[in-house]
Design a protein around this ligand. Structure first.
Ligand SMILES: [Zn+2]
Length: 344
């Protein structure tokens, strides 16, 4: 069984880039509150404004904005019973606190743990700093050149949507008291959304499937490795592909849910169209397996969903995937194989 730490190491080592480190922070961090997401989103924003030294009073503005907006949607933004900072955000939403007062409270209470914890993943510090802590010397944080460079790249443009998607998944889990209730995230083909059945006849939309899955495949087409853009207008060219063709479900019926998250990957338009209703080569299946293990390495609710859909341990999940693959082989095997790319 892979440990969390070594999985994060593998995720980064296969494609060592600052985008991979940033994704490791957002996707694999062990969260007790959603502050890390708010800080991650704020960092990208401030970097785009070419900020360097950011006093806490300035950092407080985007940070509190993200949190107050999310509190409007889901009141549970942490696992601890009370937080004076979150209470201040709630008071602001209720019109009982001015913007200046919220800013002052955020600067005083909002950053107590998150600045220290941001670069910690799986029990250790990542070797990259996206900001330096200069609270003692200069009353704030200093954004690093590496953050500025990351924010300028194509992958950097995808990160805000990925942070938002990850945040929505985690807060919904808290709200519905997952994993105790072990609800499954499912795919809604109309609109291409991830949804969860909260109660009978009550489906909650979590987020777009592209935003949720992009980070786990590092913003690249599952099959050819071309860079994907989920941000802005470029997003329309990213296709959601069923690894095991969906037509098999209609043809055979059977117990397998081919709309399960385990079977959905993002692909560029040309790969998706070329593959059509066939299975990819076995090398691509290995990449899908690895991507699924990354989903399991992150915290709820995709972890619980993948385990429920494909098996409790890595051996069972491998068997599950191979069995589904064998059933679909008669549909045809696409000669494209991912053997040449071992980078996911
Ligand atoms: Zn492709």
């Amino acid at each position: 069984m892979t440990t969390r730490r070594s999985q994060v190491d593998e995720f980064v080592a296969l494609t060592p880039s600052d985008a991979s480190y940033f994704r490791a922070v957002i996707l694999f961090g062990r969260n007790v509150a959603s502050y890390k997401f708010a800080l991650g989103a704020s960092l990208i924003e401030l970097s785009r404004e070419e900020r360097d030294l950011v006093p806490l009073e300035d950092l407080a503005v985007p940070f509190a904005r993200h949190l107050t907006e999310h509190l409007e949607r889901v009141d549970t933004q942490g696992t601890s019973a009370s937080s004076r900072f979150l209470d201040a955000c709630r008071s602001f939403n209720a019109g009982e606190l001015t913007e200046d007062a919220l800013r002052e409270t955020t600067a005083r209470l909002g950053f107590q743990n998150v600045i220290d914890a941001f670069h910690v993943v799986g029990g250790g510090d990542i070797p990259v700093r996206f900001f330096e802590d200069e609270r003692r010397q200069n009353g704030g944080i200093r954004l690093t050149d590496r953050l500025h460079e990351l924010a300028r790249t194509g992958q950097g443009e995808n990160l805000p949507a990925e942070v938002e998607a990850r945040w929505r998944l985690v807060e919904t889990s808290w709200d519905l008291n997952l994993p105790a209730r072990a609800l499954e995230v499912s795919y809604e083909p109309d609109g291409e959304l991830l949804v969860v059945n909260a109660r009978a006849n009550d489906r909650i939309t979590l987020t777009g499937v592209r935003d949720a899955l992009n980070g786990y495949q590092k913003g690249r087409c599952m099959y050819c490795g071309a860079g994907l853009s989920i941000a802005g207008s470029g997003g329309s060219t990213v296709h959601v592909d069923h690894v095991i063709p969906r037509v098999l479900m209609e043809r055979l019926g059977g117990p397998r849910n081919l709309d399960g998250v385990w079977n959905l990957v993002l692909a560029c338009a040309s790969c998706n169209l070329e593959k059509s209703a066939r299975v990819p080569g076995i090398g691509c299946l290995k990449q899908v397996y690895r991507r699924n293990e990354y989903l399991i390495g992150s915290h709820h609710p995709l972890r619980e969903t993948l385990i429920a859909q494909t098996g409790p341990d890595s051996a069972a999940r491998k068997d599950f995937l191979l069995a589904a693959y064998s059933e679909a082989v008669p549909l045809g095997v696409w000669d494209k194989d991912c053997r040449e790319r071992e980078d996911l």
